[in-house]
Ligand binder design. Structure first.
Ligand SMILES: [Zn+2]
Length: 420
């Protein structure tokens, strides 16, 4: 049920299948989207939310102990169903369990089951880190979930079962699709968030008519095969400099000292700001790229990482570019469009006009080919090569013919390229 009269609510699913959590590698026919909003609970509500977290944490620890003890003493593997039945009985003995919505408690047991399933899988695969589920110390259990019902969002007010009143919610984007779950989350600073997961039919895949190659610069610039460039805003670069300074400052402080504690808080605040700014930029650029073309081609950063030696600057931009690619992928998927990743080898050295290798070092900003006479911005040339590789990769004759192009040849005449 999408927003009806601006209201969404959790509804009981018709069958278990509908709320099945997808296993790894399983393909969803339904597209899932998460919407995360900041919420502003009042004092009483905050106390209630905190208490719910504590109850869930205790339940997690007790259920984990139950699984451990049963295995060690009796060789019995406890199932979710066993534990859910025990939970129902325990409610008579522990009043605090009544202060939490029944489905929220069941979800804790389901999370534990998932943690064990993952552990068993890793044991089976012989993975080095087995990751046996851990007991959670205070402050290490930060979220709980209403898996199907017990929540309602009306306009900007969130109603939660067992939490008094309605909670002010900053709904910064409309929710699309059927709301499946509602998760409440507390971050390291004590701020609360609500996350709705929705399901929607997969969008119809578009027949691509336009394509764009994107060169990700070593520093903070991105160039498209149409010659457009996107720069990180200056305030982001400055914030990141501050972040690095704060990191250094923290490492200079004595272990366990008061100053170190303070430096840690400062770093957390600055770090959060950097992440927020980076996300904002990546969201804006990815939106623009997806609006510009049906197929977007990037360099595969994983391959690039193996090829190039790691300097700090490179590492930092990799983090951002990885995010940008992921954001573009999800936005493209939503619009029925595609993203391709290609091997970045030689993309900056090869001539996009004739395919000759034209060696140049990093300081040379212009590509000028002696073979065919092509002259253009270095990054623009690289993005054209990336586009060519992407079109070759999808091996789709229709696409290239639709674009009036032949794979392997120069695809866009220097439209919008700087007049070099
Ligand atoms: Zn050339």
């Amino acid at each position: 049920m999408a927003s009806k009269n601006g209201e969404i609510a959790g509804r009981l699913p018709k069958s278990e299948v509908q709320i099945k959590i997808l296993e790894q590698g399983e393909k969803a026919s339904q597209m899932r989207t998460a919407y995360k909003f900041r919420i502003y609970p009042n004092k009483q509500q905050t106390a209630n939310l905190d208490l719910t977290l504590e109850t869930c944490r205790h339940l997690w620890n007790n259920a984990l102990e139950d699984r451990r003890a049963n295995w060690q003493l009796n060789g019995i593997i406890r199932s979710y169903e066993d534990q859910a039945a025990i939970l129902t009985g325990e409610k008579k003995r522990y009043a605090e369990l009544y202060s939490v919505h029944a489905h929220v408690l069941q979800d804790v047991l389901r999370r534990l089951k998932k943690a064990f399933n993952n552990f068993f899988r890793r044991v089976k695969q012989g993975t080095k880190e087995k990751g046996y589920p851990r007991f959670k110390a205070k402050g290490r259990y930060n979220s709980f979930t209403y898996p199907e019902s017990g929540f309602k969002l009306t306009g900007t007010r969130l109603t939660l079962s067992k939490i008094p009143g309605t909670i002010r919610t900053f709904v910064h984007r409309p929710i699309e699709g059927n709301v499946k779950t509602c998760t409440l989350k507390r971050d390291g600073r004590g701020a609360w968030f609500v996350m709705f997961v929705t399901e929607q039919e997969d969008p119809v895949k578009l027949e691509p008519r336009t394509a764009l190659g994107v060169d990700l610069g070593i520093s903070y610039t991105l160039t498209t095969s149409e010659g457009q460039t996107f720069d990180y805003p200056k305030y982001y670069v400055q914030a990141e400099k501050k972040n690095r300074a704060a990191e250094k400052s923290l490492h200079r402080k004595k272990l366990g000292s008061k100053n170190r504690k303070k430096a840690k808080v400062t770093l957390a605040i600055i770090g959060k700001r950097v992440t927020n700014l980076r996300d904002e930029f990546c969201h804006q650029v990815s939106r623009e790229l997806v609006d510009l073309a049906d197929l977007i081609v990037f360099e595969d950063l994983n391959i690039q990482g193996m090829l190039k030696n790691h300097c700090l600057a490179k590492h930092i931009s990799d983090v951002s570019w990885g995010k940008l690619i992921r954001f573009t992928q999800s936005k493209a998927e939503r619009a029925g469009k595609s993203v391709e990743l290609v091997d970045p080898r030689n993309t900056s050295q090869r001539c996009s006009g004739c395919g000759q290798i034209v060696l140049k070092d990093l300081s040379e900003r212009t590509h000028s080919c002696l073979n065919c006479g092509l002259q253009m911005d270095r990054d623009h040339n690289a993005s054209l090569n990336i586009l060519t590789l992407g079109l070759r990769g999808i091996a789709c004759g229709e696409l290239t013919s639709g674009l009036g192009l032949r794979p392997g040849k120069r695809l866009f005449v220097e439209a919008g390229s700087p007049g070099l």
